[in-house]
Design a protein around this ligand. Structure first.
Ligand SMILES: C[S@@+](CC[C@H](N)C(=O)[O-])C[C@H]1O[C@@H](n2cnc3c(N)ncnc32)[C@H](O)[C@@H]1O
Length: 152
Protein backbone atom coordinates (compact mmCIF):
# COMPACT_ATOMS: atom_id res chain seq x y z
CA UNK A 1 0.00 0.00 0.00
CA UNK A 2 1.25 3.48 -0.80
CA UNK A 3 2.18 5.63 2.17
CA UNK A 4 1.31 9.28 1.57
CA UNK A 5 2.56 10.52 4.93
CA UNK A 6 4.79 13.55 4.76
CA UNK A 7 7.80 12.55 6.84
CA UNK A 8 10.24 14.96 8.34
CA UNK A 9 13.14 13.77 10.43
CA UNK A 10 11.36 10.43 10.79
CA UNK A 11 8.13 12.02 12.06
CA UNK A 12 4.78 12.29 10.23
CA UNK A 13 4.16 16.02 9.90
CA UNK A 14 0.98 16.23 7.84
CA UNK A 15 -1.26 16.34 10.93
CA UNK A 16 -1.17 18.80 13.79
CA UNK A 17 -1.09 17.35 17.31
CA UNK A 18 -4.01 17.68 19.76
CA UNK A 19 -4.59 20.94 21.60
CA UNK A 20 -3.63 19.70 25.06
CA UNK A 21 -2.02 20.98 28.25
CA UNK A 22 0.21 19.20 30.79
CA UNK A 23 0.27 20.55 34.34
CA UNK A 24 3.09 18.15 35.27
CA UNK A 25 5.50 20.20 33.11
CA UNK A 26 5.10 23.23 35.38
CA UNK A 27 8.56 23.99 36.87
CA UNK A 28 7.06 24.65 40.31
CA UNK A 29 5.26 21.33 40.18
CA UNK A 30 8.53 19.62 39.21
CA UNK A 31 10.35 21.26 42.14
CA UNK A 32 7.57 20.28 44.53
CA UNK A 33 7.66 16.67 43.31
CA UNK A 34 11.45 16.50 43.77
CA UNK A 35 11.26 18.09 47.22
CA UNK A 36 8.67 15.69 48.57
CA UNK A 37 10.65 12.78 47.08
CA UNK A 38 13.76 14.06 48.90
CA UNK A 39 15.72 14.63 45.67
CA UNK A 40 18.24 17.48 45.79
CA UNK A 41 17.95 20.30 43.29
CA UNK A 42 19.53 23.69 42.86
CA UNK A 43 17.54 26.31 44.77
CA UNK A 44 16.68 29.54 42.96
CA UNK A 45 18.16 32.78 44.27
CA UNK A 46 15.22 34.74 42.76
CA UNK A 47 11.94 33.99 41.00
CA UNK A 48 13.63 34.67 37.67
CA UNK A 49 16.70 32.56 38.40
CA UNK A 50 16.05 29.56 36.14
CA UNK A 51 16.04 28.49 32.53
CA UNK A 52 13.60 25.98 31.11
CA UNK A 53 13.57 24.01 27.86
CA UNK A 54 10.68 22.02 26.43
CA UNK A 55 11.58 19.71 23.53
CA UNK A 56 8.84 18.98 20.99
CA UNK A 57 6.26 21.28 22.62
CA UNK A 58 3.41 20.38 20.20
CA UNK A 59 0.84 23.19 20.18
CA UNK A 60 2.90 24.82 22.92
CA UNK A 61 0.02 25.30 25.36
CA UNK A 62 1.97 24.02 28.38
CA UNK A 63 5.17 25.80 27.46
CA UNK A 64 3.52 29.17 26.79
CA UNK A 65 1.18 29.07 29.77
CA UNK A 66 4.00 28.18 32.17
CA UNK A 67 6.14 30.93 30.63
CA UNK A 68 3.42 33.52 31.06
CA UNK A 69 3.04 32.68 34.76
CA UNK A 70 6.75 32.55 35.63
CA UNK A 71 9.70 34.90 35.53
CA UNK A 72 12.33 32.46 34.32
CA UNK A 73 13.67 32.04 30.82
CA UNK A 74 11.58 29.67 28.66
CA UNK A 75 12.79 28.13 25.42
CA UNK A 76 11.22 25.40 23.31
CA UNK A 77 11.37 23.73 19.94
CA UNK A 78 9.11 21.85 17.56
CA UNK A 79 9.43 20.69 13.99
CA UNK A 80 5.93 21.51 12.73
CA UNK A 81 5.40 25.11 11.53
CA UNK A 82 1.69 25.20 12.54
CA UNK A 83 2.65 24.18 16.11
CA UNK A 84 5.18 26.99 16.32
CA UNK A 85 2.72 29.54 14.94
CA UNK A 86 0.17 28.47 17.57
CA UNK A 87 2.78 28.82 20.33
CA UNK A 88 3.88 32.20 19.01
CA UNK A 89 0.29 33.47 19.10
CA UNK A 90 0.09 32.67 22.83
CA UNK A 91 3.55 34.09 23.54
CA UNK A 92 2.59 37.38 21.87
CA UNK A 93 -0.85 37.53 23.49
CA UNK A 94 0.55 36.88 26.96
CA UNK A 95 3.49 39.22 26.41
CA UNK A 96 5.92 36.64 27.76
CA UNK A 97 9.58 36.47 26.77
CA UNK A 98 9.43 32.78 25.83
CA UNK A 99 11.25 31.76 22.66
CA UNK A 100 9.82 29.12 20.32
CA UNK A 101 12.17 27.67 17.70
CA UNK A 102 10.89 25.93 14.58
CA UNK A 103 13.76 23.47 14.57
CA UNK A 104 14.36 19.74 14.72
CA UNK A 105 16.06 18.24 17.76
CA UNK A 106 19.28 18.00 15.75
CA UNK A 107 19.13 21.66 14.74
CA UNK A 108 18.31 22.69 18.28
CA UNK A 109 21.24 20.67 19.64
CA UNK A 110 23.53 22.56 17.24
CA UNK A 111 22.12 25.86 18.49
CA UNK A 112 22.83 24.85 22.10
CA UNK A 113 26.34 23.78 21.17
CA UNK A 114 27.06 27.09 19.42
CA UNK A 115 25.69 29.14 22.31
CA UNK A 116 27.04 26.78 24.97
CA UNK A 117 23.60 26.82 26.62
CA UNK A 118 22.65 25.22 29.94
CA UNK A 119 19.10 24.73 31.23
CA UNK A 120 17.87 24.11 34.77
CA UNK A 121 14.92 22.16 33.40
CA UNK A 122 14.70 20.05 30.27
CA UNK A 123 11.24 18.55 29.78
CA UNK A 124 9.40 16.60 27.13
CA UNK A 125 5.96 15.03 27.08
CA UNK A 126 4.59 12.52 24.59
CA UNK A 127 7.70 12.65 22.48
CA UNK A 128 10.06 9.74 23.29
CA UNK A 129 7.92 6.89 21.97
CA UNK A 130 6.94 8.82 18.82
CA UNK A 131 10.40 9.42 17.45
CA UNK A 132 13.20 7.42 15.83
CA UNK A 133 16.04 5.80 17.79
CA UNK A 134 18.35 8.32 16.14
CA UNK A 135 16.32 11.23 17.55
CA UNK A 136 16.11 9.54 20.96
CA UNK A 137 19.91 9.59 20.91
CA UNK A 138 19.90 13.31 20.03
CA UNK A 139 17.57 14.04 22.95
CA UNK A 140 19.79 12.05 25.32
CA UNK A 141 22.74 14.12 24.06
CA UNK A 142 20.84 17.37 24.65
CA UNK A 143 20.08 16.33 28.23
CA UNK A 144 23.64 15.12 28.81
CA UNK A 145 25.24 18.20 27.30
CA UNK A 146 22.94 21.01 28.30
CA UNK A 147 21.30 20.22 31.63
CA UNK A 148 22.87 22.47 34.27
CA UNK A 149 24.31 21.05 37.48
CA UNK A 150 21.46 20.55 39.94
CA UNK A 151 19.08 20.63 36.96
CA UNK A 152 16.05 18.44 36.54
C1 LIG B 1 3.00 13.34 20.14
S1 LIG B 1 3.45 15.03 19.94
C2 LIG B 1 3.50 15.64 21.62
C3 LIG B 1 3.43 17.14 21.68
C4 LIG B 1 3.47 17.78 23.06
N1 LIG B 1 4.73 17.53 23.73
C5 LIG B 1 2.31 17.34 23.88
O1 LIG B 1 2.47 16.48 24.76
O2 LIG B 1 1.21 17.85 23.63
C6 LIG B 1 5.20 14.91 19.51
C7 LIG B 1 5.81 16.25 19.11
O3 LIG B 1 7.19 16.09 18.82
C8 LIG B 1 7.50 16.88 17.68
N2 LIG B 1 8.65 16.27 16.99
C9 LIG B 1 8.72 15.03 16.48
N3 LIG B 1 9.93 14.81 15.92
C10 LIG B 1 10.62 15.95 16.09
C11 LIG B 1 11.95 16.35 15.74
N4 LIG B 1 12.77 15.53 15.11
N5 LIG B 1 12.35 17.59 16.08
C12 LIG B 1 11.50 18.45 16.74
N6 LIG B 1 10.23 18.12 17.10
C13 LIG B 1 9.80 16.89 16.78
C14 LIG B 1 6.24 16.85 16.83
O4 LIG B 1 6.16 17.93 15.93
C15 LIG B 1 5.16 16.88 17.89
O5 LIG B 1 4.73 18.17 18.19
Amino acid sequence: MQNNNIQSDGYATELEYVDDFNAALNPLWIDFSLDIAGIQRRKRSADSDFSYLELGFGMGNSFTLHASGSEGEFVGNDLIPAHCQHALKFITASNSNAKAFKESFKQFKERCTLLNRKFDYIVLHGVWSWISKENQKVIAEIIEGFLAGGGR
